[in-house]
Design a protein. Sequence first.
Lengths: 363, 318
Amino acid sequence: MTGTQLGAAGAGTDGVDGPGRGTPVLTVRDLSVGFTTEDGTVSAVDAVSFDVWPGEVLAVVGESGCGKSVTAMSLSGLLPRAARVTGSVLLEGTELVGAGDRRLRRIRGDDIAYIFQEPMTSLNPVFTVGRQIIEVLRLHQGMSRRQAADRAVELLTLVGIPSPARRVGEYPHQLSGGMRQRVMIAMALACDPKVLVADEPTTALDVTVQAAILDLLRDLGRRLGTAIVLITHDLGVVADIADRVVVMYAGRVVETAPTEDLFDTPRHHYTTGLLGAVPTAGRRASNGRLQEIPGLVPVLSEQPDACTFADRCPAASDRCRASRPPLAPETTDRTVHRFACWHPAGHRADLAAEPPVDHQERP
Amino acid sequence: MRAYLLRRLWQSALTLVLATIVVFLGVRALPGDPALAFAGEERDPASLAAIRAQYGFDDPLLLQYGTFVANSLQGDLGRSTRTDIPVTEMLAAALPVTLELAVLSLAVAIVIGVGAGVLAAVRQGRPAEWAANAVALLGLSVPNFWLGLILILYLAVGAGLFPASGYVPFTEDPLANLHHLVLPALVLGTGLAAVVMRQTRSSMLEALGADYIRTARAKGLGPGALIGRHALRNSLVVVVTIVGLQLGGLISGAVVTERIFGLPGFGKMTLDAVFQRDYPVIQGVVLVTASAYIIVNFLVDLAYSLIDPRIRVAGAAT
């Protein structure tokens, strides 16, 4: 078990990385998740720490297999029994790691709600959408059937579903993908949760619908004061709605910063790699191709005392393979930018000055 | 939906007609002569011819079939060549017995099968699953007649808990009626229970791994609501299908079971009729059985749409 990265970085316990006011609603410290499989143990998440403030959108980004979803599921104990979770998840001061099943069930859907990637399969096909919303209202708010039914229509109105009184009696297959995701959002917001975890909420949707769903999420989060933890691999989504970003790689947080800072001055080479792989109108790499990060995310049986990105990193040195870089802060006048890298990248302007050598454009 | 119903009705009628043709020809293809069986010792050609003429067995096949269909439509299935009792009367007496046996066996199969299937799925990889699987394998492997005899030997004759054979009509004494049917229903139900159990287990496992179960867990639902409400409802389509398909097996199983327990149902009636080459009775039994089979499958199709709303729309669209 590694020491508290934030503590080691001398940042105290919390209150520095966020908007700098009030207290975080969710505080995650040294969260680690391991799975015991037939082939041995797999370390999926390693000593992850972050805070989430009310009303903000915190994006957790990374490639597939970086531990984003496992982190999200572990927040309220949704992982299968085979998972070993250590560390701490505090919801307004209440410890959730190791909490009893009964207690976690009271929190799920009520204080911490979820939206998943596939609205197609995430709703139960044999119940009307109304019934699925009513179910959560009756469970946590103790509403009567009638009250809950009325509230379900209100919620569908809130998420922008036309003729909600009719839609409430329809089955998931009668709705479009975007409508279904709106229903999922309505269901998640039903009990006015403190934290909404959205795991790739727009990945399965048409591009035109994605923007509408993202707008809706951001708008509702601001209006209701709900903190949103947005799990995504899509940096376009991040740029659209996130206030702050946590970049994960192979189960570790490698960089965290306010969205603008991260896009302007990415310091970890994994982040620069991710940004380089985003197509942008007007910006062309020197050879007209998108840059990709070579290689794959490793599956680790244990976390090495080294930078796990070293094998794919253009700036890797012996030091990277010999010792693990801490998630160290770099504080400017307003913000805190943390990154775990021995050889941090410079500004984006610097990056542009050192493009991969391109023979064809050379005269 | 209405177009769908009409189309299903039309298909059902066609199936029924085909069934009558098959059984009509099948009975006559059997070796043996009903007139010989009926005449017994008296085998002079004149009386045999008279018997044949009386029941119309000397008419051309097509005419015989036409008469059979025309009479059936008027509710006349002919008279038994053995007892001269109208077939409809015999059916009316035997049908309730078999129907009751079938319903009770189904109840046994569903309660045991669905219960054990859910248990096996929820406790996957633990002793409860192994136990349920072992019992299911046993239920599939053990023949009806053997289980029946063993139950009679130990529970009826040995322990005296149940009557070994016989039947009391429900209208006469409901309790005694049920008492007589417990063992036959158990015997007939266990085989089906094993099939239901295995199907329930696999469709339950599939349902439990579905995304909507993750959603339901994320809503804070407890195991009861997860399994009993969200997962089970989705597994039921498969279970209902199996039950519908297994009805044929249930009917043939009833023949043996009724024989063992001396129940005066369809099974006994069919066996007796086959041995006696009692054409009208065989035809009548098969006609009713085929109708029952067709009706049940029709009901199963309707049940789908009640369980899974997506099927309703698919049916209506065609």
